[in-house]
Write a protein that binds this ligand. Structure first.
Ligand code: CO
Length: 431
């Protein structure tokens, strides 16, 4: 097969950019003086727990400023510096209300009580005796995307601060349905009231139907014990639903006939709709996508680039992601790689040769139920401008002629809206 044939197969725009760029680089390349240094001495000896390269120490979570306390708020996964689908456990986003508790697994107990035939107390070892399953799920804070409520848009926005309150892990645990059957669900039980073992005594209401469907009582994350920030030693994983209901440091589940209407689901995590009505129990996370490269505050050069991003939906699998390279006039279908799993993030990619002209790029995800991300204008026909959660409008990035990338969201008509106008900003609150 000759070179021409290969070029045709790969597609003109990709091949032209890729081969030109690569061959230029090779012709001008020089091996740095220090490149052979690691060959001259013995390296680091065997060690018991791994660490990343000293040159990667700058890849860190972004912590939203909170002038009141460092014990409540959120830290964001650095989406613009990660690859693939799985989030390293150490970079999983955090959201907690009273700091991270230090729970001793030897003294850990999970109590299941209320409308059950047999109230039960499980140790961690008890939980590990039950049949386990492992699934890859994203967890997303209800406040992810909250910056999108700002009007005019925040021009310092990065992909991390735009959508970094989402992370994807391989979770292992026992299906909650197994524990509930062990305890025996009494007639009339409709709701579960899970409670956390931290200083917030965080409490939510979870419908029994969902609990029996796919909720996990998880004790492992990416193959090892769950990190303290994510709920060590045991948390709920409620696939596709907002992170706030996936109670961490799980100590108690009470079965009841009604929701509890706790402080944690009334003062927060309740939504204001465009028609002024209040919507409680908004659990499902709608389709999202974010271009992570190139994205806010990055700098690119003319020529070939693989546009990369992440997409996910609480309704199931991502069916397709489309990317626009001209401000939303034309859309092309992105490659999804690897093939999407249900309720997991997926990586999307589009090959692109940038000609150096100013442009706006954006992505939109559609899930297997046919839900598509709305434009900014469409989003605000449904949700109030002073709401704080569930923002999933299309995120645009503007690339200037100098290659500088900034937030490409438009300023909307109407009154300026500052984040947190309806009160403190909750999980994403940066104001
Ligand atoms: Co909600």
């Amino acid at each position: 097969m000759n070179r021409r044939k290969i070029l045709q197969l790969l597609g003109k725009s990709v091949a032209a950019g890729a081969f030109f760029k690569l061959s230029t680089g090779l012709a001008q390349g020089k091996i740095p003086q220090g490149a052979t240094e690691p060959m001259k001495t013995l390296g680091i000896p065997l060690r018991e727990y791994g660490e990343r390269s000293e040159f990667e120490q700058k890849v860190i979570r972004y912590i939203s400023p909170n002038l009141r306390s460092r014990h409540t708020g959120a830290s964001f996964t650095p989406l613009d510096q990660l690859e693939g689908v799985i989030t390293p456990s150490s970079l999983h986003f955090e959201r907690h209300h009273s700091g991270v508790p230090n729970v001793n697994p030897a003294e850990y107990r999970l109590v299941v009580h209320g409308l059950v035939s047999r109230p039960l107390i499980f140790t961690l070892q008890d939980l590990k005796r039950f049949p386990s399953i492992t699934r890859t799920y994203f967890i997303e804070c209800a406040g992810n995307g909250q910056n999108g409520y700002r009007n005019p848009p925040d021009m310092t926005l990065t992909a991390t601060r735009s959508r970094g309150l989402v992370s994807t892990s391989s979770w292992t645990g026992v299906p909650l349905s197994i524990l509930l059957k062990e305890a025996g669900i009494k007639e009339g039980a409709r709701w579960l009231i899970p409670e956390s073992q931290d200083a917030a005594a965080y409490i939510r209401s979870l419908p029994l139907e969902k609990a029996l469907e796919d909720v996990l009582v998880a004790y492992a994350q990416n193959g090892e014990a769950i990190r303290p920030e994510q709920g060590y030693p045991v948390r709920l994983v409620v696939p596709g639903w907002e992170g706030s209901i996936q109670v961490k440091w799980l100590r108690r589940i009470e079965l009841t006939d009604t929701p509890v209407m706790s402080k944690d689901e009334t003062s927060e995590y309740t939504d204001v709709m465009a028609d002024g009505k209040i919507w409680a129990f908004t659990w499902l996370m709608e389709p999202q996508s974010i271009i992570t490269y190139p994205s806010g505050l990055q700098q690119i050069e003319r020529g070939f680039h693989e546009i990369r991003g992440l997409a996910w939906s609480g309704f199931g699998r991502v069916r397709r992601v489309e990317v626009s390279l001209d401000g939303g006039r034309n859309w092309k279908r992105a490659a999804l790689e690897p093939a999407p799993d249900p309720l997991s993030a997926v990586r999307f990619k589009v090959n692109w040769a940038w000609d150096g002209r100013e442009t706006v790029i954006m992505s939109r995800a559609t899930d297997e139920k046919g839900n598509t991300q709305p434009t900014q204008e469409e989003f605000f026909t449904r949700w109030a401008r002073n709401n704080r959660y569930h923002y999933n409008a299309i995120q645009a990035w503007r690339i200037g002629a100098d290659g500088r990338v900034v937030n490409g969201d438009r300023t909307l008509a109407g009154a300026p809206a500052q984040l947190g106008a309806a009160g403190r900003g909750g999980c994403g609150g940066e104001s």
